[in-house]
Write a protein that binds this ligand. Structure first.
Ligand code: IPD
Length: 257
């Protein structure tokens, strides 16, 4: 039974009924936005990686803060513009935070869309198929809706508070996995893009401790959002990353929860 019907049946007041209706409406739009944005991602990925004249001009790759490990492409910007335009037209009173426009980040009580147009930009550029559109909706400062769409693998993970989490149309978490001991765990780790000793050395030490524990295996997918989807689907037991941003995880935390 969906959230609106459940609340109707339980006789809760109109305020809750309207809230549930809004949530379902936002959820439908979030999936629609992710699908359309994912189409842009997929077309660009295919035309870049399938064509014989690959060159960085097509993607207009730029480094952020002169760091070769931190890049953005013209497609990140196009997708973010598309998503923000859709949200502004559909929900003019909502706010948004996007990875490619990080001035004046403020989180208030109004519904706020937190967007990573391409999570896993490096993967996108290198043809490693773990990149996705990640869209989270935070309501009254609570991450309430999350959609992560990897169009290359044809996987849309989604979740809405009160409705549950899904991989495409399949409900996730029907039979949650028992927590495995470290020695039988597969662990997702990310190095991030910061290479200074003060940031990198403690991470390397922590990662070494994991492998020596020993854990069964380590994986690095290069996308925080995809790592969280792997946790939600039970493929990873642990995911660890330091120095993450809100747009990397806003959608994923709802899906995991
Ligand atoms: C990056 C990815 C990566 C993580 C970085 C993020 P981006 O996001 O999620 O896995 O290690 O910290 O910045 O730049 O590809 O959107």
């Amino acid at each position: 039974m969906d959230l609106v019907k459940r609340i109707k049946c339980s006789g809760l007041d109109l305020k809750f009924f309207l809230m549930a209706e809004n949530f379902e409406n936002y959820f439908t739009h979030a999936k629609q936005i992710a699908k359309l944005a994912g189409d842009i991602l997929l077309n660009s990925y295919r035309s870049f990686h399938d064509s014989s004249d690959q060159n960085s001009k097509q993607l207009a790759i730029e480094t952020k803060e002169s760091n070769d490990a931190n890049i953005v492409t013209i497609i990140d910007k196009q997708i973010q513009d598309f998503i923000i335009d859709y949200i502004k037209r559909t929900f003019p009173r909502h706010s948004f935070i996007g990875e490619e426009s990080t001035e004046n980040i403020l989180l208030g009580n109004e519904p706020t869309w937190i967007i990573d147009p391409i999570d896993g930009t490096t993967n996108f550029v290198h043809g490693f198929p773990y990149c996705c559109v990640s869209i989270g909706l935070v309501i009254k400062r609570n991450p309430s809706i999350g959609v992560i769409y990897n169009p290359i693998l044809g996987q849309m993970y989604s979740a809405c508070e009160g409705l549950g989490a899904f991989l495409n149309d399949e409900r996730l978490g029907k039979s949650p996995k028992a927590i495995a001991p470290l020695s039988q765990s597969i662990v997702g780790l990310e190095f991030g893009n910061e290479r200074t000793d003060s940031v990198l050395n403690p991470k390397l030490e922590t990662f070494a401790n994991f492998i020596k524990a020993p854990v069964r295996a380590i994986r690095c997918y290069g996308s925080a959002a995809m790592n969280l989807c792997m946790i939600a689907s039970g493929a990873l037991d642990i995911y660890l990353e330091a120095g993450i941003h809100c747009w990397d995880i806003a959608a994923g935390v709802v899906i995991v929860r």
